[in-house]
Design a protein around this ligand. Sequence first.
Ligand SMILES: Nc1nc2c(c(=O)[nH]1)N[C@H]1C(S)=C(S)[C@@H](COP(=O)(O)OP(=O)(O)OC[C@H]3O[C@@H](n4cnc5c(N)ncnc54)[C@H](O)[C@@H]3O)O[C@H]1N2
Ligand code: MOO
Length: 343
Amino acid sequence: MITKKTIPVDQAVGMVLPHDITEIVKDEFKGRAFKKGHIIQPRDVEHLRRLGKENIYVLELGPGEIHENEAAALLAEALAGEGTQYSDDVVEGKITIKAACDGLLKINREALLELNLLGEVMCATLHDNTPVKRGEQVAATRLIPLVGERRLVDQAVRIAGGGEKIIRVLPLKKVRAGLVITGSEVFYGRIEDKFEKVLRTKLAKLGSEVGIVRFAPDDPQQIAAEIQACLDSGAELIVTSGGMSVDPDDVTRLGIREAGAEDMVYGSPVLPGAMFLVSRIGQVPVLGLPACGMFHSITVLDLLLPRILAGETIGRRELADMGHGGLCRNCKKCQYPVCPFGK
Ligand SMILES: Nc1nc2c(c(=O)[nH]1)N[C@H]1C(S)=C(S)[C@@H](COP(=O)(O)OP(=O)(O)OC[C@H]3O[C@@H](n4cnc5c(N)ncnc54)[C@H](O)[C@@H]3O)O[C@H]1N2
Ligand code: MOO
């Protein structure tokens, strides 16, 4: 049984505060007015009253009980995995977990659910597979009550401790990519290529670069030969553009197969990106990007590239799992990744 004694503030001078006390002034301030452990001074009494505190707690923890600050420290330690960091400074009972490097946020969603089902502990995170920057807040955790049952926190720690940690940030491999721009209209100079620049920019944003660019008409043999030229030059990732849909001249898929691709999965439940293809030649991922990749600012490629650079293998299941949230809203001003697309 948790025992909490209350005492009127004007009788509390000289006593130690058992928890942080928050002040909120609309549009101006939200933060800690008094820190846990603060010894109440005579001048504090009026301030505490302005915060609506007529009484404060004096805590007596039993052997089976735990204070919010200790619980937050135990939870953060159990939850935070590779590529994350946090400060031991517990603010308002909560510890914030941040990315220690640029990379891809990975959340073990099943374990997170199990932990949050316990009820009196919580952990809130950004979405699984969100690209994050070093120093960015990715999660926060705390005990819900001021004093809780130690048993419950121990249980949460056990859930978080089973196998990989629940919250991780994986660094992205920096690769030299090869681009194969397909389409007879581009190859024969009927129109100017618009794909190379788009793909260079996208790869550069993730810390990778384009090492080689080859062009091929709508001919499977020639597409295969240019993919091979990329491999010969040491490309660690190959992206082809265009020729992925239903016209007789859309033969990029055949070219990729002809080049020796394995584990080929064609079609994804993502818009834009329905005609996307993922495969590999040896250890080199080969991605077939439909022409929407040049038109829309964010497509299936932006959702998958960070995962591929983080070392993930993408197959039918991983693609199928993207259907929920896979519909882009085509906002006038794109806010990705701060949006529901791909979540
Ligand atoms: N009846 C159907 N029509 C379409 C389907 C479908 O399933 N049934 N799929 C749609 C989807 S989804 C996409 S995405 C687009 C484009 O698919 P493709 O990858 O086959 O694109 P292409 O046919 O090669 O080209 C379309 C368009 O884009 C221009 N393009 C292509 N590459 C370049 C480049 N490097 N630089 C500049 N412009 C390029 C090309 O000239 C065409 O105008 O198909 C939907 N239609
Ligand atoms: O491959 Mo298309 O994106 O669905 O426009």
